[in-house]
Design a protein around this ligand. Structure first.
Ligand code: CUA
Length: 192
């Protein structure tokens, strides 16, 4: 009959370990040094990586944000696409985009080469703002208003894809941004 009990606090009996081999020590030293490099990269990238969001952020509530979006739509609406308003704000304007399950509201009509402050917030759960086919990704969080300073540098008809799983309709959550070519470079459109 087995009467012995083992706990994780006591070493098992017998020779169950050997001193680390020289190669293993070298390998651990290399891995440790590389960990230190990666740790140093984190603050370094924060300052030098050029990937921090440009702009402002603040607290909001879903109700207050949606109200601001409605106001923005009323002010600058120029049409609609299957019930979703198309909004063309003037150069330099504050642009408000709302994410909610499972839609982006409204459709934005912007101008190439002009700076806007693009506000992003969610009305319900976390969504992800991803501008296809351009490599722009941003978390859209309820309760926070992120104002990103953006200047479209390519004209075209772009799609906003939700890249944060947000529920049963996540894969249908596609929005639209139309960028009109700048008047002077109307023929030179394209992704830079
Ligand atoms: Cu919204 Cu996924």
């Amino acid at each position: 009959m087995q009467t012995e009990t083992h706990t994780g606090l006591e070493s098992p009996r017998g020779t169950w370990w050997k001193p680390a081999h020289k190669h293993e020590k070298i390998w651990i030293s290399i891995a440790f040094a590389w960990c230190m490099v990666l740790i140093a990269m984190m603050p370094l990238w924060h300052w030098k990586g050029g990937q921090n969001p440009s702009g402002i952020r603040g607290r909001t509530t879903p109700a207050a944000y949606m109200e601001r979006v409605q106001e923005f739509i009323t002010q600058y609406q120029v049409g609609d696409d299957r019930g979703i308003p198309i909004v063309a704000p003037p150069p330099g304007a504050d642009v408000y985009l709302a994410a909610f399950s499972f839609q982006w509201m409204p459709i934005l009509k912007l101008q190439e080469g002009v700076e806007y402050t693009l506000h992003l917030s969610s009305i319900d759960v976390n969504h992800g703002f991803s501008l296809y086919p351009i490599n722009v990704n941003f978390q859209v969080v309820p309760g926070y208003d992120y104002g990103l300073r953006v200047t479209p540098n390519a004209s075209g008809d772009f799609r906003i894809i939700c890249n944060e799983f947000c529920g049963i309709g996540h894969h249908l959550m596609v929005g639209r941004v139309i960028v009109d070519p700048a008047p002077a470079t109307a023929s030179a459109g394209g992704v830079r």
